[in-house]
Write a protein that binds this ligand. Structure first.
Ligand code: PLP
Length: 393
């Protein structure tokens, strides 16, 4: 008798990231000749700066094409400690730095290393979908903390307090935030830190958009007294240096987490390619003007996007402080947001993501990435305006 192939139960708990699904749908339309404007995918449209590309090819020519240290080559870990000192004012040792292929594996490995059945982990909703997916995968209980428009999409600290139980092991925060572009204030992170210390909870602080902030300062919870010992500070090169396809990320983590996470690396990818890490060294030590140019350009695009969306009847949009997303409220259009996202793609050729792709508290919103040209944004706004007017008619 033929055996049916049964997947493990935990696979049914593993979610996905719908940005990639919508990208595939949009590309299928393009293959049929439809003109699509991509506002769905979260990656800078700028090229990786040339000096970084040159460092990688030079490293290949110099023979850095073999296995290397699973934790990350020491020279890069040293440069990362300097970057953390510069940007967060904290002194960390290279021993506490772990380098991975992209920043996503930091979530994967640290959540896998920390959580098990019966544990609880609090995560932002709306939020990056991989948090909930990975918490579920481990068998732990995902506990969403809603981020509401009324609070500029910052979390309500009293509500956070009410979600903590004796089983809470992890709190995940993300600032500047995907998908809303919101950013936590210093008071917020102080209050979160106090709760984490009082209840002995680890914090995963996703700071991947740390350099993409337009107003005010980014605040890292790791820089507060006593917090370095209980924080996994996640960051990387994908967004800041337009290096999404290179796959290079890192974390600063408490010493006792380093060995388990490195073992997970050894069991999965062995190491991050050495020549990519040399490109990372160049990114951190070379000229930084491409970063400020990119952020200035993003700011112009943000302003155009926010003003344009607010001019469309039925849509209202806050002005986000960071990242390269807007999260407009579309509730007054009277259509659920995933149907609206489908409608905009099929009717107007505008690829967006529904707010619910980021959790149930995202209902009533869309996420639009403005990592595309001003010209494309203008065109997209016109097309959205027309499509929405037809919806209302
Ligand atoms: C909030 C957040 N964290 C982490 C990542 C992952 O970054 P990487 O591409 O370096 O894996 C992303 C990517 O979109 C993100 O939005």
């Amino acid at each position: 008798m033929k055996k049916t192939r049964a997947l493990s139960l935990k696979m049914s708990r593993l979610g996905t990231e719908s940005a990639f699904k919508v990208l595939a749908q949009a590309q299928a339309l393009e293959a049929k000749g439809v003109d699509v404007i991509h506002l769905e995918i979260g990656e800078p449209d700028f090229d990786t700066p040339q000096h970084i590309c040159n460092a990688a090819t030079k490293a290949i020519a110099n023979g850095y094409t073999h296995y290397c240290n699973s934790q990350g080559i020491l020279a890069l870990r040293v440069e990362i400690t300097k970057e953390i000192e510069r940007t967060r004012g904290i002194s960390v040792k290279p021993d506490c730095v772990v380098v991975t292929p992209g920043a996503k594996p930091i979530m994967f490995y640290s959540i896998l290393a920390l959580l098990e059945e019966g544990d609880e982990a609090i995560y932002p909703d709306p939020g990056f979908p991989i948090y909930e997916s990975m918490i579920n995968f481990t068998g732990a209980n995902p506990v969403p903390i809603p981020l509401r428009e009324e609070l500029d999409f910052r979390l309500d600290v009293d509500e956070l307090k009410s979600k903590i139980t004796s089983r809470t092991k992890l709190i995940i925060i993300n600032s500047p935030h995907n998908p809303t572009g919101g950013a936590l204030e210093r008071d917020d992170i102080c209050a979160i830190a106090e709760l984490a210390q009082k209840h002995n909870i680890t914090v995963l602080s996703d700071e991947i958009y740390d350099h993409i902030i337009y107003e005010g300062e980014p605040h890292s919870i790791a820089s507060l007294p006593g917090m370095l010992a209980r924080t996994i500070l996640l960051s990387g090169f994908s967004k800041t240096y337009a290096m999404t396809g290179w796959r290079l990320g890192y974390a600063i983590m408490p010493p006792e987490l380093v060995d388990p996470v490195v073992r997970l690396i050894v069991n999965s990818v062995s190491c991050t390619p050495a020549f990519i890490q040399y490109a990372g060294i160049e990114a951190l030590t070379g000229p930084q003007d491409s970063v400020s140019r990119m952020v200035d350009e993003f700011k112009k695009r943000r302003n155009l996007m926010v003003e344009g969306l607010n001019a469309i009847p039925g849509i209202s949009c806050l002005r986000p402080r960071g990242a390269f997303y807007v999260f407009p409220n579309v509730q007054r259009l009277g259509i659920d947001c995933s149907r609206l996202a489908d409608y905009l793609l099929n009717k107007a050729g505008i690829a967006t993501l529904s707010g619910t792709a980021f959790g149930k508290f995202g209902e009533g919103y869309l996420r639009l990435s403005y990592a595309t040209s001003l010209e494309n944004i203008e065109k997209a706004l016109r097309k959205i305006g027309v499509a929405v007017a037809e919806l209302e008619a």
